[in-house]
Design a protein around this ligand. Sequence first.
Ligand SMILES: *Cc1c(COP(=O)(O)O)cnc(C)c1O
Length: 297
Amino acid sequence: MDLECLRASVSENTVAIIAVNFLGISERLDELGKLASEFGLVLIEDSAQQFPPTSARAGIADFAVLSFGRGKPINLMGGGALLVRQDHYQASNSIINGFPYKDQRPGIVWFLKRAVFNTLMNRRIYGVLEKIPFLGLGQTTFEMLEGITRIELNEGLLSTGAKNMYERQPLEAGYRERLEPLTKRGWTLLPENCKRAPGQDAGVEKLLRYSLLAPSFGKREDTIKALNAIGIGANSLYNVPLSRLAGASEHLANASSEFQSADAFADRLLTLPCHEDVLFSDLDCIERVLLDVASNE
Ligand SMILES: *Cc1c(COP(=O)(O)O)cnc(C)c1O
């Protein structure tokens, strides 16, 4: 997040700053925390894409949210968690206790759905399924939040998910080594270039996906096509900024403004898989395809 733009955007209507750990790259909670307290705002760490959240190490954010949906670090096919900092516990408790429980014990259908999803994650068949449009894989659609309910989390499934996350082979360094030559051809490796809080060097967190910016929209599209053709689930994540997402833009006060940075970012973003089925031999394939596309003029 651009701290100067953020500072300039704060108005009397602002209630909170949401810091998103994009694809597992931590936001600078220390800097944002200073801004939040200067303006009397609440700081929320959106750690849907990073586990564990930065708040597990530093109590800077007032609240942190986790997601256990498909494609998130811990996949329980839905649900999430709201983490409340100790000093807000009393005040939050009565509000949270007011939300009704929703029965969500995993049944046989749940296990089947998750098995199908995990199979889809496997690159050897993802390439094929990606061509079947009704599955809507990797597509982002806006859904209005109808109401807030609480769920009883299955602790066994949750701790298994966390354990898998901790034990997963780290691929970040492997990606960095192989893709470094692209930086001479106008590509940007995002995990290596994002500003972190002190002590949060690149490689501390396990990334959800490895992300790059291509030099142009055309190169990004060519790369995704070439990688998908050999069964590697590369994608452009959300594809469009929030201001152009069908259904969501009408909820933004300034959707008609220019968002040049967000537009350029969405046009050039390429994300690569980091899940446990990705092998080092896959990284070699990815390297070959990327260097090949990069060198085509
Ligand atoms: C997925 C996601 C959410 C929403 O999580 P749900 O559990 O699907 O509601 C919020 N923020 C970020 C950054 C996400 O990736």
